[in-house]
Ligand binder design. Structure first.
Ligand SMILES: Nc1nc2c(c(=O)[nH]1)N[C@H]1C(S)=C(S)[C@@H](COP(=O)(O)O)O[C@H]1N2
Ligand SMILES: [Mo]
Length: 252
């Protein structure tokens, strides 16, 4: 599989104003554009919205930070009529290189600071309580889209494996060499789910079959697809993009 896509379609090109805004936001506050857009519920793709964000930024330090770091604050949700079709694909390779995983033999491995290290098959995951959400996915490359994901609330899964929820991090290893990690507060957030379905169907291959983490309070790159293993740890596991300089927290 080849690293990096070479030709981005026109509507997916990096938007200079967004890149510039992201830099300024980092420099001024160490916070990400994604965090700000989650907070505002804005689609940051057009100039108008960017202006609004700039305006919001000026009040950032005095007002917004306390809201941002409230661990239970919810990402905006949307009606089904606002779902983006077709939903954009993104990965560090082209869509036709997405890993083909056999659902019948698939096993999710669990390790680290958990009581029960047994692996899980898809039927077992589907037998757990399920939740559904329609939320906005925001990619750091300058696009966002609304989608519906359903699956097991991640805090329910962590309870089932007896995770040490005083540990600092949860790490994810994917079938395609991708990896990422989140803080425990985000892992326990009510909108963080182990998604099995996209729309009303099992996740299509390129959107993360058979399992992806949906974290609407974080940027897209902190939503690992094709999860093969989950581990609980006190050492920051980093991530594919995080280790190349993307802000690790990247969210709220
Ligand atoms: N396994 C895996 N997960 C991944 C990625 C990847 O390359 N591999 N890319 C991330 C990035 S940068 C984005 S924006 C989203 C894209 O998800 P989508 O294809 O459902 O839009 O997946 C994230 N999770
Ligand atoms: Mo992304």
């Amino acid at each position: 599989m080849s690293d990096k896509k070479k030709d981005l379609p026109k509507n997916r090109e990096l938007q200079p104003e967004l890149v510039q805004l992201q830099r300024r936001l980092f420099l001024r506050s160490g916070l990400s554009l994604g965090a700000l857009s989650l907070l505002s519920g804005c689609n940051l793709q057009d100039g108008d919205q960017v202006d609004k964000v700039l305006w919001a930024m000026s009040r950032w330090n005095d007002r917004v930070q306390s809201m941002l770091f409230r661990p239970s604050h919810l990402a905006p949700t949307y009606p089904a009529s606002m779902i983006t079709k077709p939903f954009p694909f993104n990965a560090f390779y082209d869509a036709d290189s997405a890993p083909e995983i056999d659902g019948d033999t698939y096993k999710l491995e669990v390790s680290g600071l958990v009581r029960d290290k047994r692996s899980w098959n898809l039927a077992q995951l589907r037998a757990l309580p399920q939740a559904s959400q329609i939320t906005r996915h925001i990619c750091i490359e300058g696009w966002s889209a609304i989608g519906q994901w359903s699956g097991v609330p991640f805090r329910t899964f962590l309870a089932h494996v007896g995770a040490d929820t005083t540990a600092k991090y949860v790490g994810f290893k994917c079938a395609d060499r991708y990896y990422s990690s989140i803080d425990m507060a985000t892992a326990l957030h009510p909108q963080t789910i182990l998604a099995l379905d996209f729309g009303q169907e099992p996740l299509p291959t390129e959107y993360g079959y058979p399992l992806k983490l949906r974290v609407p309070t974080k940027l897209g790159f902190k939503n690992p697809k094709h999860i093969a293993a989950i581990f609980v740890t006190n050492e920051n596991p980093g991530g594919y993009w995080e280790d190349q300089g993307y802000n690790w927290f990247s969210g709220s």
